[in-house]
Ligand binder design. Structure first.
Ligand code: HEM
Length: 433
């Protein structure tokens, strides 16, 4: 049990950043950390159906997420993606832009109240902004809304009781393991699901009355599976909203916080971004001008991928790099290691947003970069998250100057996402033009 609570990111042996594959033996089964781009491609892109998500990894999330698209496999998962994906297609993304921009502007106002140059914990600030983005784009409500506030606080409590990404990712426990939830976790999950059910029910009523706003919730609730003609039931929608909230806000909050930390460490890039952002008027069409901002966000996702590792399972005997692998083995795909692989990347540990214009950067972007996973099971919100990240970053650096706090270097830690052990502390000051 002690192992399950240990952190997986600190003290990673240096050789894992050089290895193409590493095998871990546990009392119950074998686990393979896969860093070979060709093998990663086999698992995620070429034969994804042969490497489903492991049930036991999802176990910690099931009280909250039920049968959400994040946890299902096979035909059930495919059906869910057929209904969800149209909401995130290119044209629809443009419709989410006003919600993202509104949350960014509200975040700037809140940050302004803390811009007195004293140390501030940035992750709490970015979590608030990212949660606001999700409520505005999904349900057209700001985070100040009463139910939104309750959901936001309940999610925080859930995370505190249930750190998910610990050694469990490597060590598949015995069959009784999933039943080992703390009762507090189950209670918080029930509270969150009740609140989400209320939001969803209200929305179904508005749809029936022809008065629903045109946001992500309406889009998903009214999309029929092209194969069966069925829409999601209320219960199914609650599962999906829970994952949108969780996958959508935790990850973006983590990415934005690390991006701001990296910019505080590298004032030359911060100034470059501030200059670029000074031209950003808040129009969707301006986004393509924010090239440096996009490069910094991509570089942040490389160095601090919010989802550091993903786990799949073998369902038949396999051969990995000439080695036989048994059925039921865990396959760990690790953006954390792949993104800093010393045999693939030039200067892997350096913050260098200009690398994306180099030949090595372009090759690695294709073969060794997967902050959103890859293949058919790739993050549904990837396009959305990239727009969100760039807009939030641009607006923050346009308005504020960020600097580091001496002796408070953040130490990365894997919770639900990559967070810092004691938070990320920065000083915020209003930027003078
Ligand atoms: C920087 C932000 C984000 C990052 C780095 C990220 C990363 C990921 C990754 C790595 C996965 C695959 C996990 C696995 O296979 O085990 C995933 C799945 C998913 N993400 Fe994201 N995500 C982000 C933002 C979002 C947003 C904004 C949404 C929705 C609004 C979203 C919704 C989802 C969903 C629904 C899945 C499950 C897809 C499936 O299994 O078919 N994510 N995300």
């Amino acid at each position: 049990m002690r192992l399950f609570r240990a952190d997986i990111l600190s003290a990673q042996p240096a050789k894992l950043y050089r290895a193409w594959m590493a095998e871990f033996r546990t009392p119950f089964f074998r686990s393979y950390l896969v860093n070979d781009p060709a093998l990663v491609k086999q698992v995620l892109n070429v034969r994804p159906d042969d490497f489903p998500k492991s049930d036991r990894i999802g176990a910690g999330l099931r009280p909250l997420l039920g049968n959400s698209v994040f946890l299902t496999n096979g035909a059930e998962w495919k059906r869910q993606r057929r209904i969800i994906d149209p909401a995130f297609e290119g044209g629809r993304l443009r419709d989410t832009f006003p919600g993202i921009l509104g949350a960014a502007q509200a975040g700037v106002v809140r940050m302004g109240q803390r811009a007195d140059g004293t140390p501030q914990e940035i992750e709490a600030i970015t979590s608030h902004i990212a949660a606001d983005v999700i409520f505005r784009t999904l349900f057209s409500i700001p985070i100040e809304d009463k139910i939104a506030q309750e959901v936001f606080h309940a999610f925080r409590a859930y995370q505190r009781t249930q750190p998910i990404l610990n050694l469990a990712a490597f060590v598949r426990g015995p069959a009784w393991m999933p039943r080992f939830f703390r009762s507090e976790t189950r209670k918080t999950a029930r509270t969150i699901r009740k609140l989400i059910a209320q939001l969803t029910q209200d929305r179904l009523a508005l749809i029936a009355a022809g008065q629903a706003p045109d946001d992500l919730a309406t889009k998903i609730l009214t999309t029929k599976d092209p194969e069966t003609g069925q829409t999601f039931t209320l219960e199914e929608m609650v599962d999906q909203v829970a994952i949108f909230f969780l996958a959508g806000h935790e990850t973006s909050a983590s990415a934005l916080a690390w991006a701001l930390y990296l910019l505080a460490l590298h004032p030359e890039w911060q100034n470059k971004l501030a200059e670029e952002a000074s031209q950003f008027t808040g129009a969707f069409s301006d986004l393509s001008q924010l090239k440096h901002t996009r490069d910094v966000f991509r570089e942040t996702l490389r160095l601090y991928p919010p989802v550091p590792m993903m786990v799949r399972e073998t369902v038949q005997p396999e051969v990995f790099r000439g080695r036989p692998v048994k059925t039921g083995a865990q396959v760990v795909l690790s953006p954390w290691h792949l993104h800093r692989h010393t045999r693939l990347w030039d200067n892997p540990d350096a913050f260098d947003p200009a690398r994306w214009d180099t030949q090595n950067g372009k090759t690695c972007a294709r073969d060794a970069y997967m902050p959103f996973s890859a293949g058919p099971r790739m993050c549904s919100g990837a396009g959305f998250a990239l727009i969100e990240g760039v807009v939030l970053l641009a607006l923050v650096v346009k308005n504020f100057e960020l600097s580091c706090v001496a002796e408070r270097d953040p130490v990365p830690l894997a919770h639900l996402t990559v967070r810092a052990k004691d938070g990320i502390w920065l000083r915020i000051k209003a930027r003078t033009p």
